[in-house]
Design a protein around this ligand. Sequence first.
Ligand code: COA
Ligand code: ZN
Length: 302
Amino acid sequence: MTKKIQICEVGPRDGFQSIKCAQIPTEQKIEIIEELLAAGVKHMEFTSFVSPKAIPQMADAADVTKAVLERHPDADLFALVPNLRGAANAYNLGLRKVCYVVSLSVSHNKANINRTHEQSLDAYREIRATYPDLDVIVDLATTFGCPFEGKYEDPAAVVAFLRDYVDAGMKAVCLCDTIGIADPAQVKAVIEAVKAAYPELHLGVHFHDTRGLGMVNTLTAMEAGVDEIQSTLGGLGGCPFAPGASGNLATEDAVWMLNEMGYDTGISFSKILAAAKHEKELIEGNYSGHHINIEQETPCRA
Ligand code: COA
Ligand code: ZN
């Protein structure tokens, strides 16, 4: 039987937002998104509706959305939103799926979206109540540790935090290792605890590659039974409000490994590699992906 896993590309959001010194032209962002879809990517976080003061790189979210939705109305495309206003902007442009971000860490939640946990939960409920037909998945940032508070040792804290969101109707959550601090033993423990407490949740993981553990953490999470893994083209990425955050697990590396292992990723390695090389050319000089095997034409099956 073919093994399946959902690969969710988040480079056009997490990757592009990490480029601070130059605005990537909107057409180039759209070009990369098109190449990702052409390579077989089926799930993608492609922009964010956030304050342009917080993340100037995402100021063209509306233009990117219009272009992409018009050409791919049926693809699983979604945008990150930090508040009701972001959700309204996304909804009014026709998006029916967003990702709402909240951090397990109180201090990162404050640094990233300027909220307490209570305010974040209220805003989540407000979005759900205002747009009942909007699919609101949740990104739990700093699930495994925080740039200000250090590593989290107790999986029970993740389970406890998610309780209010599950009660408020959350169907899908992505556990994000925002600064790349997780280790495989911790990943296994957290996933097992969350799955035991909320077996119905669609569970995703999102790893940064600070210590080169993006791949092994991802594979560990898959073995523990997650439904979705997130990665970025070229390994580009990092939250500007998390000091020390580095690039993400690189999509082309994940695709190579999973195709070789016999997973039906639906993504062509040669096409995704070409997209990664093209991305690097386009934004050369501002490139933040530290984990780049783009030059490596590894022989493979797909
Ligand atoms: N889209 C666009 N602009 C927005 C916005 C949204 N969703 N939400 C707020 N703004 C604008 C406000 O109009 C205001 O603009 P002004 O100063 O010109 O009047 C400004 O942003 C600040 O708004 P305010 O409501 O006072 O929020 P804040 O300063 O407390 O910031 C957030 C809160 C959530 C808007 C901001 O921290 C943010 O956008 N964070 C996103 C961070 C992020 O994307 N991190 C990486 C992903 S994990
Ligand atoms: Zn990230």
